[in-house]
Design a protein around this ligand. Structure first.
Ligand SMILES: Nc1ncnc2c1ncn2[C@@H]1O[C@H](COP(=O)(O)OP(=O)(O)OP(=O)(O)O)[C@@H](O)[C@H]1O
Ligand SMILES: [Mg+2]
Length: 242
């Protein structure tokens, strides 16, 4: 099995707080891997270190063996890592199509003009926003803004897609649709690393999980085994999330 992403000894400090501490794990190509852990355990910081939005104090991030540690976000994106944000980031005063076209301009082989518009419409259709291309991003519902952000991430033709609580805040039927969408992307060959608190989604989607607690990796392995690991149960004791 090919290792797509390899994180080793990764450390990030914010002043006196060590948000990520000597963290190491791997993501296999073709798999959906869950990144779990209680609130404040360092999951978003980890995503930011992988995507280049933050620079680590120590450690390395490798994509198919290539060291990409500390590179700027647009270069990492062009290298094949796309992401969504825990707090949705779309460009409010642009249409859905324009948001995705902006993403297409940042990929390894950029698309422009009509080719970009056509590809944007295809991606919008792909995430369930067919027919909404002309809508202003600000007018979209929360779940549709999440879909739009995903379409923009897909515009980069990523090898690795980082999803930071992309399923959070969806109602039951939206959740089912979201799970089906992530599964279909995986079946098309996109490798996914997803931060998620929705345990039912993790059980349905993730072959493997990595669990963080207080900045450190406390478990890594096959999902059912990880879920019954005493270190994981201890990390979640007192947590309300399920
Ligand atoms: N830019 C920052 N400056 C200072 N402290 C930060 C910064 N970003 C994160 N932290 C702190 O680092 C720790 C880890 O935060 P992080 O956002 O990575 O956690 P998380 O696991 O994503 O939590 P949640 O499940 O609530 O999203 C927290 O204590 C947080 O307050
Ligand atoms: Mg977070």
């Amino acid at each position: 099995m090919t290792t797509l992403l390899q994180v080793s000894g990764l450390t990030k400090r914010f002043g006196g707080l060590t948000a990520v501490r000597e963290a190491g794990f791997t993501v296999a190509a073709g798999e959906v891997t869950g990144l779990l852990g209680p609130n404040g355990s360092g999951k978003t910081t980890m995503m930011n270190l992988i995507s280049g939005n933050l620079k680590p104090d120590a450690g390395t991030v490798r994509l198919v063996g290539k060291d990409i540690t500390g590179r700027r976000p647009h270069l990492i994106a062009r290298g094949g890592i796309a992401r969504t944000f825990q707090l949705v980031r779309v460009i409010n005063d642009m249409t859905a199509r324009e948001n995705v076209v902006a993403g297409l301009a940042f990929r390894d082989r950029p698309l422009w003009g009509q080719a970009a518009a056509n590809e944007a419409d295809r991606l919008l259709e792909r995430v369930g926003l067919g027919g909404r291309a002309e809508a202003q991003a600000a007018e979209l519902t929360y779940v549709d803004q999440k879909r739009l952000e995903l379409a923009r991430a897909l515009a980069l033709s990523p090898r690795l897609l980082l999803l930071d609580e992309w399923l959070a805040g969806l109602n039951a039927s939206e959740l089912d649709g979201g799970i089906a969408l992530i599964r279909s992307l995986s079946q098309e060959g996109v490798t996914v690393l997803m931060v998620e608190h929705v345990m039912s989604a993790i059980r349905q989607l993730c072959e493997r999980c990595v669990v963080m607690n207080a900045g450190a990796i406390v478990a890594e392995g096959e999902t059912t085994a990880v879920m019954s690991d005493p270190a994981v149960i201890a990390a979640y004791l007192g947590e309300e999330d399920d």
